[in-house]
Design a protein around this ligand. Sequence first.
Ligand code: NCD
Length: 335
Amino acid sequence: MADSQYNFPFRHLLGIEQLCSQDIAAILNQAKVFEEVCENRDAKIIPALQKKIVVNLFFENSTRTRNSFEIAERRLSANVLNFDAASSSLSKGETLIDTATNLEAMHPDIIVMRHSAPGAHVFMARHVRASIVNAGDGAHEHPTQALLDAYTMRERFGRLDGLKVAIVGDIRNSRVVRSNLWLLTKMGASVTLVGPPTLIPTEIKETWPDAKLSHDFDEIIPGMDALMMLRCQFERGTGTYIPSQGEYARHYQLNASRMEKAKKDIAVLHPGPLNRGVEITSEVADGPNSLILKQVTNGVPVRMAVLYMLSTRANDYEQASPTNCCCLQNKKCQE
Ligand code: NCD
């Protein structure tokens, strides 16, 4: 259950890197409370963010994440503004700083932001008083995806500590893997990264020395509790790092014959969107071990928990001095 003694110490959710295991557990516990709200047809909407203005600021395409945030915001009764970057002044050449200062002039309470540049959300947090939620920045972090992945695995296995998780595929371009590495290692899970050498950058080992690396998917499958498959991000140039899609699939695709090597209760995850027939076959994606749609369902209560916990620091809005916010550094707010 949610811990009534615990106060979430951050004004922003910039990444998982800044959180400790207690912060992560508190978000997951709060999400559990909201999951019950989501499942109760009579109480799907609660007034927790009434009178708050939440801006969804997506500079990069998104279906699942943006919809999930919007449903979460509406279930908390927030006033929601969707900022469509394609039809905004950005397409007329406005800079990110001008977008930030113009948004700031309208006093939003929370800005949920996705941008192709790593760190763009930190820049925004320095220029607005609103709380910033990082909904994906380049190949850097995607904290709410890692939280919903963790929620889904914890729900399935009752724990994260000691769990053996393989994250398979396009490690190079994935922000999901980086947030999951922070989260799973902080929560005591063992992570094995699997993929061709060209898709696993060597600096991964420097930041996460405890992560294991493997280029042999078939060999590691039997020892795993969960397989998290990643999309090959062809729009980010993944095609130039692999000989062909067929060759990639031969070594790293999760298909029925590889599933025969896995534990009977193996959990299969994927953040979506799926490249069916490349990193995963439809048989497995839609099969009995797949938690993929459960991940989507769980995204809503997890994002409700994040928005709610940031809003509990509401008084910070008046006092906030964006440029001096210690949440931008790798330590907790003390004020
Ligand atoms: C991921 C993303 O955008 O980083 N998807 C998502 O948020 N649902 C992963 C991906 O695009 O492959």
